[in-house]
Design a protein around this ligand. Sequence first.
Ligand SMILES: Cc1cc2nc3c(=O)[nH]c(=O)nc-3n(C[C@H](O)[C@H](O)[C@H](O)COP(=O)(O)O)c2cc1C
Length: 180
Amino acid sequence: MQSDDIYSMSDRILITYASRTGSTAGVAEAIGRSLRKQGTSVDVLPMSAVHDLDTYRAVVAGSAIQNKQWLPEALQFVQSQRLMLARKPFAAFLVCLTLALRNGETYRPFVADFLAPVRRQVPTVSEGLFAGVLDVSKLPSFGDRLKFRISVALGVWKEGDHRDWGAVQAWSEQLLPMLN
Ligand SMILES: Cc1cc2nc3c(=O)[nH]c(=O)nc-3n(C[C@H](O)[C@H](O)[C@H](O)COP(=O)(O)O)c2cc1C
């Protein structure tokens, strides 16, 4: 590493996220709070507000899952920044409803596969898989509201906030050493 690099690289960690109805933003904020408590300088930003990755020594990126994938803008972020991200410790997380199903934990390997397109772009030092929120009234699309109302009535999905803050905290605690 050249001396210029040493001076330009700050000690900050970026936590960046893509979220449609806010639950992933909440998880990103919780990860940020936990890393700060562990004594690190952290910025928590939506991906749309990230302009310069150069100033961060490590990046944690997360997205809500729709149709078994990260949101398109999140995949686009990793694709377009892959060279820069590959030079830093990079961790990824997702927020989805599959883990909130009855026996949701048995789907963990299936849910881990949702991150395969991310991992193919940039190697990850750690991956967090979290249950999210279903509030049908908050969904912007009429079609999605209808689809989810039917599947809630059929007992497929359960409405509510299924985020497990203990799991988010536990992941954040093991994360910091991996970002060094
Ligand atoms: C249109 C749509 C498609 C979704 N597809 C999936 C899916 O394929 N698998 C899954 O586990 N959860 C799926 N979800 C659930 C979301 O991942 C979950 O509600 C998450 O908490 C949303 O995050 P956000 O509030 O940050 O947008 C879907 C939600 C919506 C609205």
